[in-house]
Design a binder for this molecule. Structure first.
Ligand code: ZN
Ligand code: ZN
Length: 356
């Protein structure tokens, strides 16, 4: 945690910022280890202070393992402590999370009489590169997802509602070690599969459907993210065809993934192939996103993204084709860049699975 804070202080110093306030749960967890629901971190070159309320002081002391001074404060006293401390060190520029705080919180920060400098992007840039510990958690989360998917398949049959598929899957994710879901499970059957983020509903699986299943597990706060599209009985020719196109596009992008390629270049590999096959207009979302403590993190793989992949970054590879009224296909793996390539922790097979 101290190392992470030092990176933040270094990024701040480069912009002439004297102190940083961390006010979002994801970022205070990342920089201090504290998982409770109320905190502010004040990080300066000489002090790391975690302000929280009575409910959390013992937990905060345990989780920060001495890396932070834990102070018990009420909201108002917290603000006056911060004000005094900033005054004491003569801070003029203070970093804050411009992408996540509320207008009300911003008004409170304005009372500090300092120049407020946006630092959300700096924080996500630091979080982009995962440590060995973080990678282990992601792999463990994906292991739960693969195991759950394998156990789900024999339980799926025609006539089952999408919501029942989601309930079974979510139970199995937790049974296999997920402490929580990484995000709301997506189950899109038949024509619902054309909705990229289909909420599971009352629709019953029918023969000839493709079913898009997009789901993730969390382990120690870290998210995994995978999608598989399966068939209930034999699908029609066009659905089979788009399945093959999406699969080829995904494999082409995975083949190209390595440190040194940019998010834009990776996206183009899958997109150009899908476009050549005549379905460019039906692949409306980006190819992928980073993931970690949040399921969507930097960097991205999308048109025009110039960020070049580095070892330790994460990226999903998830092309899709969506045909209104007919159905959709998406295939997604969540990958972690290494020195000479990447780890793909997703082990579930990708050839079309047909449930008879
Ligand atoms: Zn996903
Ligand atoms: Zn995803």
């Amino acid at each position: 945690m101290i190392e992470r804070c030092n990176k933040l202080i270094k990024a701040a110093a480069e912009k002439g910022i004297d102190a940083v306030l961390v006010m979002s749960q994801i970022n205070w967890r990342y920089f201090s280890g504290f998982t409770g629901s109320n905190a502010i971190l004040l990080i300066t070159p000489e002090r790391r202070v975690l302000l929280t309320d009575f409910r959390y002081t013992i937990q905060a002391n345990r989780q920060t393992k001495g890396a932070f001074e834990v102070l018990e404060v009420s909201r108002a006293i917290g603000t006056s402590f911060i004000k005094d401390e900033l005054k004491r060190i003569g801070a003029r520029k203070v970093g804050f999370e411009d992408a996540s705080i509320t207008v009300r919180q911003f008004r409170e920060l304005e009372q500090l009489d300092v120049e407020l400098c946006p630092m959300s992007d700096d924080m996500s840039n630091i979080r982009r590169i995962k440590s060995a510990y973080e990678i282990e958690q992601i792999i463990a989360a994906q292991r739960a997802s693969d195991a759950a998917f394998g156990q789900l398949l024999p339980r799926i049959k025609a006539g089952m509602k999408e919501t029942d598929v989601a309930i079974e899957l979510e139970y199995l994710l937790k049974r296999n070690g997920a402490e929580d879901l990484a995000f709301d499970t997506i189950v899109g059957s038949g024509e619902n599969g054309a909705l990229c983020h289909a909420m599971p509903g009352e629709r019953k699986l029918r023969n000839g459907d493709l079913v898009v299943l997009d789901f993730g597990s969390k382990v120690n706060g870290y998210c995994s993210d995978m999608t598989r599209t399966i068939a209930i009985g034999e699908p029609c020719g066009e659905l089979k065809q788009i399945y093959d196109i999406v699969l080829t596009a995904q494999l082409k992008a995975l083949e190209a993934l390595r440190p040194g390629i940019s998010g834009g270049e990776l996206d183009a590999i899958a997109r150009d192939y899908i476009t050549e096959c005549g379905y460019g207009a039906n692949f409306g979302h980006s190819l992928g996103h980073g993931f970690g403590l949040e399921v969507h993190e930097a960097p991205g793989a999308a048109k025009g993204v110039e960020t070049v992949f580095e070892p330790g970054m994460t990226i999903t590879v998830e092309p899709g084709i969506y045909l209104e009224g007919l159905g959709g296909v998406r295939i997604e793996d969540c990958c972690i860049l290494t020195e000479d390539g990447y780890i793909n922790p997703v082990t579930s097979k990708k050839e079309l699975i047909i449930i008879e």
